[in-house]
Write a protein that binds this ligand. Sequence first.
Ligand SMILES: Cc1cc2nc3c(=O)[nH]c(=O)nc-3n(C[C@H](O)[C@H](O)[C@H](O)COP(=O)(O)O)c2cc1C
Length: 161
Amino acid sequence: MTTSLADPAELRRIFSACPSGVVAICAEVGGERTGMAVSTFVPVSLQPALVGVFIQNESRTWPKLERGNRLGLSVLGSDNEVAARSLAKKDGDRFGPIVTTVADSGAVYVDGATAWLEGALWSKTQAGDHFMVLLEVHSATVHDAANPLIFHSSSFHTLPR
Ligand SMILES: Cc1cc2nc3c(=O)[nH]c(=O)nc-3n(C[C@H](O)[C@H](O)[C@H](O)COP(=O)(O)O)c2cc1C
């Protein structure tokens, strides 16, 4: 069935047919933990090591995060659904239910993630109502025991091994 692309809600529903991982982008900025959840994480380049995320133009959190020297990217695991929901809240303390590890660099990581990557802003390009943000990866840790959290059709799923 062909559907109308003029309706943003319908377009969002169509895009949600594409399964994705969920990544927390978090940093300590001005002494406070700041972060948001994204499902638009994409590995981009090996040399240099670059990853991309797409951020809504009207995000209030991103302008704070981009002031951070280093950003922690946590590829959320199957036990991190509460963290994913909390990091997407519009108001209130997003970190209340989340156990984090704070690096000396200011990058903040979510415990239970399948991988931690430390990134620094590489470029930011307008892409419609989002920014395409590329981050250079400076270090990474993989936690092999954790299974990933999957976002598909507006619901969270797990991926058994
Ligand atoms: C599963 C999931 C995926 C999301 N992916 C993105 C994303 O890729 N880009 C984005 O800008 N916001 C995304 N969000 C929304 C943000 O997590 C968060 O709700 C938003 O940044 C809050 O608004 P604020 O930035 O104005 O504080 C996602 C939320 C959820 C629950």
